[in-house]
Design a protein around this ligand. Structure first.
Ligand code: R7I
Ligand code: MG
Ligand code: MG
Ligand code: MG
Length: 362
């Protein structure tokens, strides 16, 4: 309902931060040790901890903060302003675990005084653009700022925000999918008693929208035109992965059988958008039912556990999964101890409220 929309906004940015901060200690663990993960998460959930160990955020949150600040201060999208914030933030605080190549974009943006905010990204990887998940990992403010927009408008905004660093079709399409997944979560009402929602309805909506995105003819700004068609038919890799997920969820037995390691093998767990965004979405849906290896009745906690259990790019996959889960279940379902471990939690909550204030006609 409309009444708890602000709670969902808060949950989205708080969830994204928690996934990033608690996922970063495991980044690149592949596979991740079950007992280490069990002990770690059990510890972070302790209510009575005398001291809450503080986990710093990484580039995922640094860039999310810049996106939020740009929307909040300008009350509109401005590519140059966003490009400048990314770059200034990077040079102020570079040791946040940024992707290996995106740092060249920040340098080129600064060198050209942010005059051509899309050019450096277009030149990455010999002109094919980055397919990393850096566009997707920071997209939550787009879904909040663009909450009231039509699908077409939201997709255009998500694309333009992502293309400042990620001009490869699979890079910005990953950001579009993550953005749509969050908006769909904001619009989904889970049961107030057991927090259940219709997984099939949620998936079908994403499949329909992503299919449209991936089959639409590329514009002249798309520099990957030659890579995305086979025999004149556009490739639909994200839609295909969503359909794979749908197939798995059609059998609850299959869902219960698939460990994090197996899901990582099927859907991926690396720094590419294609092998991380669908895995994050899977983790959210997996959170709907009990997990044998980590007993919790809380679907947000289950989502976090499962995302981490995939291994690989854990900070980013957990951050994307938990921002969707937070948007679904709202801030009130997130256990307090988890947030107490995260750097800048109060600031992210403030940004979520500022973005909520910008939503027209509530
Ligand atoms: O996508 P990006 O911002 O990185 C985000 C990731 C997250 O996991 C963060 O937590 C952080 O750890 O990094 O940064 P990019 O440098 O654009 O992409 C990340 C990596 O993906 C690159 O360093 C490459 O290894 C790989 N990559 C590609 N490799 C070959 N060809 C991305 N695009 C390509 C490509 O087109
Ligand atoms: Mg990171
Ligand atoms: Mg290419
Ligand atoms: Mg990462």
């Amino acid at each position: 309902s409309v009444a708890n929309l602000v709670n969902k906004f808060r949950g989205c940015l708080a969830g994204g931060l928690i996934g990033d901060c608690l996922g970063s200690p495991f980044e690149a663990d592949n596979p991740i040790s079950r007992s280490v993960l069990y002990n770690f998460l059990t510890k972070q959930l302790e209510e009575s901890a005398k001291m809450f160990q503080m986990f710093p955020f990484t580039d995922d949150t640094a860039m999310t903060k810049s996106m939020a600040q740009s929307f909040i201060e300008l009350k509109r999208f401005d590519a140059k302003d966003m490009a400048k914030r990314f770059s200034v933030e990077y040079f102020k605080d570079p040791k946040r675990g940024y992707g290996g190549n995106v740092v060249d974009v920040f340098a080129a943006l600064r060198h050209t005084h942010y005059e051509y905010p899309y050019e450096p990204a277009r030149l990455q990887f010999n002109g094919s653009g980055s397919y990393g998940n850096g566009g997707a990992m920071r997209t939550s403010p787009v879904a909040l700022f663009g909450f009231h927009l039509s699908d077409a408008e939201l997709i255009e905004l998500a694309t333009n925000c992502a293309k400042i660093t990620h001009s490869n079709r699979n890079g910005y399409n990953g950001a579009i999918l993550q953005c749509l997944a969050i908006r769909e979560a904001l619009q989904t009402q889970s049961s107030p008693t057991d927090h259940s929602f219709d997984v099939n309805v949620y998936l079908n909506s994403l499949i329909e929208k992503m299919q449209k995105v991936e089959t639409t003819i590329c514009t002249e700004t798309d520099n990957n035109d030659s890579h995305n068609k086979s025999n004149g038919v556009p490739e639909t890799p994200f839609t295909d992965k969503l359909n794979k997920i749908k197939k798995i969820f059609e059998s609850q037995t299959k869902v219960n059988e698939l460990s994090g390691e197996k899901v990582a093998y099927i859907l991926g767990n690396d720094v590419s958008a294609l092998k991380s965004v669908p895995s994050a979405i899977y983790s959210v849906l997996r959170g709907q039912t009990p997990i044998e290896a980590f007993q919790s009745t809380n679907p947000f906690v289950r989502t976090l556990y499962f995302a981490l259990s995939l291994g690989g790019d854990t900070d980013t996959i957990a951050s994307m999964a938990c921002s969707i889960a937070g948007a679904l279940y709202g801030n009130d379902l997130i256990p307090n101890p988890l947030r107490k471990h995260c750097e800048d939690i109060d600031l992210l909550i403030k940004y979520s409220e500022d973005l909520y204030d910008l939503v027209p006609n509530k």
